[in-house]
Design a protein around this ligand. Structure first.
Ligand SMILES: Nc1ncnc2c1ncn2[C@@H]1O[C@H](COP(=O)(O)OP(=O)(O)OP(=O)(O)O)[C@@H](O)[C@H]1O
Ligand SMILES: [Mg+2]
Length: 509
């Protein structure tokens, strides 16, 4: 890779050419795109991958003006745009080479290339000589120099017609070039020449989207790979850091354990905020807002202050400075039971030490925090609890003989689910999780991820400390990284990567 290429598509320091946010589209009530966020940078080739029907072409039609999104916004070079039709998109510098061929068979290749804007002589006649000469140059540019511009386009092979479509898009020198399965009918030789054109366009600063079902092509050509599944972006990866298998897993959703699924977040409502919070020991000057319905990850090295921060919110540890607020009201819990009453539940780290009452039954273990929470309005007995417990046993998939057996007789993953049941039975509005899947097997892990996602989807706010990067990437909408008791950084979903999280976690201050 040359220096020019490396510099040209790092994409980090510059403004995106296209910034799409929360783009959604349904056809007759059938949602095809859900809240898609996508940034495209000048001089970058982005591969857009996904199974048939994932919504790739629909998204491209929306970016280029052929379809209108039901909601969401699109910015081009920092300006909001709303294209009414394809020509608006073309005028703004967007060229879309469609999946379907649209060459006019009865016209010559040159006429196809200059359709609608034939060059004229000074006397006002069509300048065929100029048109042919520039067509020749144009075809040469996209690797189709052997096609005769004077030839009738209908007589050409599908691959050659495809190259004419590409040449037509190239003629406009677009800022954004969208290529929807451009290589499906090209010969291997044509693919090579076409790739050479794409690389040249990239070097000239064009932003390029390349849709393909051929993963090798995507891995070979693209700077970044975005996978769309069922209308949502499920992963963004660098070719060097991924594999065919991983991309297939992203596209198909199997295995699903480490796949992030975007969820609705109430961006306007802050559920929990910390202002300049210090505990005089571990935590220094923490400022953080957690939005309603989001899963915010807390990442950091051992000793960074993750557990301490959760302890402050749960009333175990008292801040010496700063303020907390919960759902817009000042919040200063003096004990865990005050926190529980305010609607905060905690699933603590290390269920063996902090989490369970080993000799007590599963039902008692699960009920303990709801008794506290509802002490003011319920009799302190377990009437009604068997039904609620049965419902949670079912929805969390807790495997046991019955809920009167001691919790210590359950498998680790099932014990952890009981602790989750306990937290959820208190009907919290804020759920604090500390290493929620430590020591549980992969099946229980998948179950717990589903439980956490589902809880967040129903409006629960989740603050989750974890030292597992894949777990944070699989679940969290944002991540706060702590380093030595300070907030080292806050990453939005589209900025979250293992590398950045680790860099922040190791940062000194
Ligand atoms: N105009 C339309 N009316 C109704 N449904 C549509 C329309 N256009 C697309 N769809 C539906 O939207 C979904 C996404 O289609 P889209 O063409 O975007 O998929 P794609 O990812 O490009 O798939 P492929 O790889 O097969 O080209 C499909 O279920 C499709 O049937
Ligand atoms: Mg398509």
């Amino acid at each position: 890779m040359t220096d020019v290429e490396r510099g040209s598509h790092s994409g980090l320091s510059r403004e995106p050419l296209v910034r799409a946010r929360a783009v959604a589209k349904a056809f007759s009530g059938n949602a095809v795109l859900h809240s898609v966020d996508l940034d495209l940078y000048p001089g970058e080739v982005v591969g857009l991958l996904g199974e048939n029907g994932a919504g790739k072409s629909t998204l491209m039609h929306i970016l280029s003006g052929g379809l209108q999104a039901d909601s969401g916004r699109i910015e081009l070079a920092g300006q909001p745009v709303q294209f009414g039709n394809v020509s608006d998109g073309i005028d703004a510098g967007i060229s879309f080479v469609h999946q379907e061929l649209s060459v006019v068979g009865a016209l010559s290749v040159a006429e196809n290339l200059y359709l609608g804007r034939f060059p004229k002589t000074r006397l006002g006649f069509v300048d065929y000589a100029l048109m042919r000469a520039s067509s020749k140059a144009l075809l040469h540019r996209v690797g189709a120099g052997n096609i005769d511009p004077a030839q009738e386009a209908g007589a050409l092979r599908a691959g050659e017609q495809q190259l004419i479509e590409i040449a037509k898009a190239a003629r406009r020198q677009p800022r954004l070039l969208i290529l929807d399965e451009p290589t499906s009918s090209l010969t291997p030789h044509e693919v090579e020449s076409f790739f050479a054109y794409v690389r040249t366009a990239r070097a000239a600063g064009t932003a390029i989207i390349f849709i393909t079902h051929r993963l090798e092509e995507a891995l070979g050509l693209c700077d970044r790979l975005v996978v769309l599944r069922n209308g949502a972006i499920v992963s963004e990866r660098k070719p060097a850091d991924t594999s065919r298998d991983q991309l297939i897993a992203d596209m198909t959703g199997k295995p699903a354990i480490y796949d992030y699924k975007p969820r609705p977040i109430d961006h306007g409502t802050v559920a929990l905020s910390l202002r300049n919070v210090s505990d005089g020991h571990h935590l220094q000057d923490i400022n953080l807002e957690v939005r309603r319905g989001e899963i915010l990850g807390l990442f950091g090295l051992v000793g960074a202050g993750r557990t301490e921060l959760l302890d402050v919110v749960h009333g175990v540890r008292k801040p010496i400075a700063g303020e907390l607020s919960l759902n817009g009201r000042p919040f200063s819990p003096k004990s865990p039971s005050e926190a529980v009453k305010a609607g905060v539940a905690l699933v603590p780290e290390g269920r063996k030490t902090a989490g369970i009452l080993p000799q007590h039954s599963v039902r008692e273990n699960a009920a303990v925090s709801s008794l506290r929470r509802f002490a003011g309005r319920l009799f302190s007995d377990l009437r009604g609890e068997p039904d609620r417990m049965a419902a949670f046993t079912k929805s969390l998939g807790i495997r046991m003989a019955n809920d009167l057996q001691p919790i210590s007789t359950l498998s680790g993953g099932n014990q952890q689910k009981v602790i989750f049941a306990r937290a959820l039975m208190a009907e919290p509005r804020l759920l604090l999780l500390d290493e929620p899947t430590h020591g549980v097997d992969v099946g229980a892990k998948a179950d717990l991820y589903a439980i956490i996602s589902k809880a967040a989807e129903s409006g629960l706010t989740v603050l989750m400390a974890s030292s597992e990067v894949p777990e944070i990437l699989a679940l969290c909408d944002r991540v706060a990284v702590l380093s030595k008791g300070r907030l080292a950084g806050l990453l939005d979903r589209d900025q979250m990567s293992e590398e950045r999280m680790l860099r922040l976690a190791f940062s000194e201050h």
